[in-house]
Ligand binder design. Structure first.
Ligand code: ZN
Length: 151
Protein backbone atom coordinates (compact mmCIF):
# COMPACT_ATOMS: atom_id res chain seq x y z
CA UNK A 1 0.00 0.00 0.00
CA UNK A 2 2.81 2.35 0.95
CA UNK A 3 4.40 1.84 -2.47
CA UNK A 4 1.21 2.75 -4.32
CA UNK A 5 1.06 5.95 -2.32
CA UNK A 6 4.60 6.84 -3.29
CA UNK A 7 3.96 6.07 -6.96
CA UNK A 8 0.88 8.34 -6.91
CA UNK A 9 2.87 11.13 -5.30
CA UNK A 10 5.39 10.96 -8.11
CA UNK A 11 2.91 10.42 -10.95
CA UNK A 12 0.31 13.07 -10.03
CA UNK A 13 2.46 16.16 -10.60
CA UNK A 14 3.55 14.70 -13.95
CA UNK A 15 -0.07 14.23 -15.03
CA UNK A 16 -0.99 17.74 -13.86
CA UNK A 17 1.97 19.18 -15.71
CA UNK A 18 1.03 17.38 -18.93
CA UNK A 19 -2.45 18.92 -18.76
CA UNK A 20 -0.93 22.40 -18.36
CA UNK A 21 1.20 21.89 -21.43
CA UNK A 22 -1.78 20.81 -23.58
CA UNK A 23 -3.74 23.79 -22.31
CA UNK A 24 -1.07 26.36 -23.15
CA UNK A 25 -0.55 24.79 -26.57
CA UNK A 26 -4.27 25.12 -27.25
CA UNK A 27 -4.26 28.76 -26.15
CA UNK A 28 -1.33 29.76 -28.30
CA UNK A 29 -2.97 28.12 -31.31
CA UNK A 30 -6.12 30.19 -30.75
CA UNK A 31 -6.57 33.07 -33.16
CA UNK A 32 -7.73 36.32 -31.56
CA UNK A 33 -9.27 39.35 -33.21
CA UNK A 34 -7.22 42.53 -33.09
CA UNK A 35 -8.44 44.93 -30.44
CA UNK A 36 -8.12 48.71 -30.38
CA UNK A 37 -6.81 50.53 -27.31
CA UNK A 38 -10.26 51.06 -25.78
CA UNK A 39 -11.31 47.45 -26.39
CA UNK A 40 -8.06 46.28 -24.78
CA UNK A 41 -8.62 48.48 -21.73
CA UNK A 42 -11.99 46.81 -21.08
CA UNK A 43 -11.39 43.27 -22.35
CA UNK A 44 -7.84 42.77 -21.10
CA UNK A 45 -7.59 45.52 -18.48
CA UNK A 46 -10.98 44.64 -16.92
CA UNK A 47 -12.26 48.16 -17.42
CA UNK A 48 -15.83 49.39 -17.77
CA UNK A 49 -17.28 51.45 -20.61
CA UNK A 50 -19.28 54.50 -19.58
CA UNK A 51 -22.99 53.72 -19.05
CA UNK A 52 -25.44 54.50 -21.88
CA UNK A 53 -22.57 54.72 -24.40
CA UNK A 54 -22.26 51.14 -25.69
CA UNK A 55 -23.72 50.22 -29.07
CA UNK A 56 -25.64 47.21 -27.75
CA UNK A 57 -27.36 48.87 -24.80
CA UNK A 58 -30.51 49.77 -26.74
CA UNK A 59 -30.19 47.01 -29.29
CA UNK A 60 -33.05 44.56 -29.73
CA UNK A 61 -32.34 42.72 -32.98
CA UNK A 62 -32.66 38.93 -32.93
CA UNK A 63 -29.34 37.12 -32.97
CA UNK A 64 -26.31 36.05 -31.01
CA UNK A 65 -23.76 38.10 -29.10
CA UNK A 66 -20.25 36.71 -29.45
CA UNK A 67 -16.92 37.44 -27.74
CA UNK A 68 -15.14 40.43 -29.35
CA UNK A 69 -11.80 38.73 -28.86
CA UNK A 70 -12.39 35.07 -29.88
CA UNK A 71 -15.87 35.01 -31.53
CA UNK A 72 -17.27 32.46 -29.08
CA UNK A 73 -21.11 32.74 -28.83
CA UNK A 74 -21.89 34.06 -25.32
CA UNK A 75 -25.46 35.40 -25.17
CA UNK A 76 -28.71 35.13 -27.13
CA UNK A 77 -30.93 38.11 -27.87
CA UNK A 78 -33.84 36.13 -26.34
CA UNK A 79 -32.17 36.48 -22.91
CA UNK A 80 -31.52 40.23 -23.26
CA UNK A 81 -33.63 42.68 -21.30
CA UNK A 82 -33.59 46.36 -20.45
CA UNK A 83 -32.47 46.90 -16.87
CA UNK A 84 -32.25 50.70 -17.43
CA UNK A 85 -28.70 50.51 -16.09
CA UNK A 86 -26.84 51.74 -19.17
CA UNK A 87 -25.27 48.43 -20.19
CA UNK A 88 -26.60 45.45 -22.13
CA UNK A 89 -28.23 43.06 -19.66
CA UNK A 90 -28.92 39.36 -20.03
CA UNK A 91 -30.63 37.02 -17.57
CA UNK A 92 -28.90 33.93 -18.94
CA UNK A 93 -25.77 32.94 -20.87
CA UNK A 94 -25.18 30.30 -23.52
CA UNK A 95 -24.47 27.18 -21.48
CA UNK A 96 -20.81 26.90 -20.48
CA UNK A 97 -19.76 30.05 -22.39
CA UNK A 98 -19.33 32.41 -19.45
CA UNK A 99 -17.02 31.93 -16.47
CA UNK A 100 -17.96 33.51 -13.13
CA UNK A 101 -15.29 34.54 -10.62
CA UNK A 102 -15.89 36.31 -7.33
CA UNK A 103 -13.84 39.55 -7.11
CA UNK A 104 -11.00 39.68 -4.58
CA UNK A 105 -13.12 41.78 -2.21
CA UNK A 106 -15.93 39.19 -2.40
CA UNK A 107 -18.53 41.80 -3.31
CA UNK A 108 -19.02 41.34 -7.03
CA UNK A 109 -18.80 38.40 -9.43
CA UNK A 110 -16.80 39.02 -12.58
CA UNK A 111 -17.88 37.39 -15.83
CA UNK A 112 -15.35 36.39 -18.48
CA UNK A 113 -15.42 34.48 -21.75
CA UNK A 114 -14.85 30.83 -20.76
CA UNK A 115 -12.84 30.25 -23.93
CA UNK A 116 -10.36 33.16 -24.00
CA UNK A 117 -10.77 34.92 -20.64
CA UNK A 118 -11.97 38.25 -22.09
CA UNK A 119 -13.51 40.46 -19.40
CA UNK A 120 -17.25 40.91 -20.04
CA UNK A 121 -18.60 42.65 -16.95
CA UNK A 122 -20.26 41.46 -13.74
CA UNK A 123 -23.22 39.26 -12.85
CA UNK A 124 -25.74 40.14 -10.16
CA UNK A 125 -28.40 37.90 -8.65
CA UNK A 126 -31.47 38.61 -6.53
CA UNK A 127 -32.44 41.94 -8.09
CA UNK A 128 -35.77 40.63 -9.36
CA UNK A 129 -35.60 42.08 -12.87
CA UNK A 130 -36.74 38.85 -14.57
CA UNK A 131 -38.00 35.44 -13.49
CA UNK A 132 -34.42 34.13 -13.65
CA UNK A 133 -33.44 36.80 -11.10
CA UNK A 134 -30.04 37.23 -12.71
CA UNK A 135 -28.45 40.17 -14.50
CA UNK A 136 -25.32 39.79 -16.57
CA UNK A 137 -24.18 43.40 -16.90
CA UNK A 138 -21.98 43.28 -20.00
CA UNK A 139 -19.84 45.91 -21.71
CA UNK A 140 -20.97 46.39 -25.33
CA UNK A 141 -17.33 46.73 -26.30
CA UNK A 142 -16.66 43.14 -25.16
CA UNK A 143 -19.22 41.85 -27.67
CA UNK A 144 -19.92 41.53 -31.36
CA UNK A 145 -23.39 40.81 -32.70
CA UNK A 146 -24.39 38.25 -35.31
CA UNK A 147 -27.93 38.83 -36.58
CA UNK A 148 -30.19 35.80 -36.95
CA UNK A 149 -30.35 34.64 -40.55
CA UNK A 150 -33.70 35.52 -42.11
CA UNK A 151 -35.51 32.52 -43.56
ZN1 ZN B 1 -13.56 34.96 -25.90
Amino acid sequence: MKQIGIILLIALPIIANAQDITKSKKESAMKFNELNAFEKSVIEGKGTERPFTGIYYKHDEKGTYVCKKCNEPLYRSADKFDAHCGWPSFDDEIKGAVKKTVDADGRRTEITCAKCGAHLGHVFVGEGFTSKNTRHCVNSVSLNFLPELKK
